[in-house]
Design a protein around this ligand. Structure first.
Ligand SMILES: [Zn+2]
Length: 362
């Protein structure tokens, strides 16, 4: 049975890396490579189009659409091409990938102004529905960054989003294979920092990537993400790597609810799952540092949909989590109007005043 009327994964990587050659060049045995080796190696690799596997999985699990995200080493162009080839299946967000590449190659130092200029240009093409994954950052920086310095950088990108009336994704969470630091993406360890931006930019929708849980079992970042979403109308949470219990708390909170949640599984990142039956949670995504790198395409959709099966919410709520909220925030084309429970103040103005009432007699 299909789990919802219109299913959208809002966090998908359709590009993948063949890391073997890079390991060979660096004289690293692939079987002995660590996640840190991988993180460093893929920055210099060219990603390939992994959409055949993605479309196969979309068929398997009845996923109607995906929001494509670039991550380090991936290109906006390849995602834009995929959107052009499959406009019914994909939309894409963009990030400052060329600015990052030039800094990595030693061609131009990274600045937030250069990143903003690149994102501005990409959004002006009309080919992208937002900015992500995360807010652009100087991946080469190795010096602790203060909260004030980082928020000032992020404000430059928020201004670009405001200009284009689009969505900004802010990254949260950890995966454990490689340490995340305060050098360049400190907000990933501090979702509460988003509060200031949410208040200053009430007109800009902010999506917290991973809703605090990218990997590992701590709920610390999740709790912070909930707080920001509950106290700001313009903040939304990605949920795909949440285990069932985490949905419950967000769904029953009257300041969050299904209208602020979006299914988003990081498909393509291939974060492995650890299972520990009888414990809490019984399984979760995490990279295990002592184990070999995962070579297969980890089946995140099967895992995540099974978590949703455990929920006792209404199907109308589940439909919002699985696609309705995404359709509203990323302005997706859906097959029909009135598929989703109307949400708060955001009724479609064209539909206001036209009251369709289902017949009660039959
Ligand atoms: Zn991702």
């Amino acid at each position: 049975m299909k789990m919802g009327r219109f299913i959208v994964d809002t966090h998908v990587h359709a590009q993948r890396f063949a890391a073997g050659k890079a390991f060979k060049e660096k004289k690293i045995d692939t079987d002995k490579a660590s996640y840190n080796d991988l993180a460093l190696a893929i920055r210099g690799l060219v990603a390939y189009d992994n959409s055949p596997r993605l479309i196969y999985d979309m068929d398997c699990y009845d996923v109607d659409m995906c929001v494509l995200l670039p991550a380090f080493g991936m290109s906006n162009e390849m995602n834009a091409e995929l959107v052009e080839q499959h406009p019914d299946k994909f939309v894409a967000v963009c990030s400052a990938m060329e600015t990052a590449k030039k800094s990595r190659m030693g061609e131009e130092p990274w600045t937030i102004e250069a990143a903003a200029k690149e994102v501005d240009k990409l959004l002006a093409t009309g080919k992208f529905v937002g900015i992500g994954e995360g807010v652009p950052n100087d991946t080469m920086r190795r010096k602790t960054m203060s909260q004030t310095e980082r928020l000032d950088q992020m404000r430059v990108i928020m201004d670009v989003a405001r200009k284009h009336e689009t969505v900004v994704q802010v990254h949260s969470g950890v995966v454990m294979g490689y340490p995340l630091t305060h050098h360049n993406w400190p907000e990933t360890l501090h979702p509460m920092w988003i509060s200031d931006l949410a208040v200053e930019y009430r007109d800009v929708p902010i999506v917290i990537n991973h809703g605090g849980i990218q990997g590992w079992w701590t709920e610390r970042f999740y709790e912070e993400a909930l707080l920001v979403a509950a106290s700001n109308d313009n903040v939304y949470l990605e949920t795909g790597l949440w285990w069932a219990e985490l949905y419950r708390k967000a769904l029953i909170d009257p300041n969050i609810g299904a209208e602020k949640l979006m299914w988003a599984c990081d498909w393509g990142a291939s974060i492995p799952f650890h299972s520990q039956p009888g414990n809490y949670p019984s399984s979760y995504a995490v990279q295990i540092r002592s184990k070999k790198l995962v070579k297969h395409q980890v089946d995140v959709w099967g895992w995540s949909l099974k978590q949703l099966l455990k929920l006792e919410c209404t199907q109308d709520d589940l439909n919002l989590v699985l696609g309705g909220t995404a359709a509203r925030i990323y302005k997706l084309t859906v097959p029909h109007s009135r598929l989703f429970r109307p949400v708060g103040k955001e009724l479609n103005p064209q539909e206001e005043g036209r009251i369709d009432v289902a017949p009660t007699c039959c």
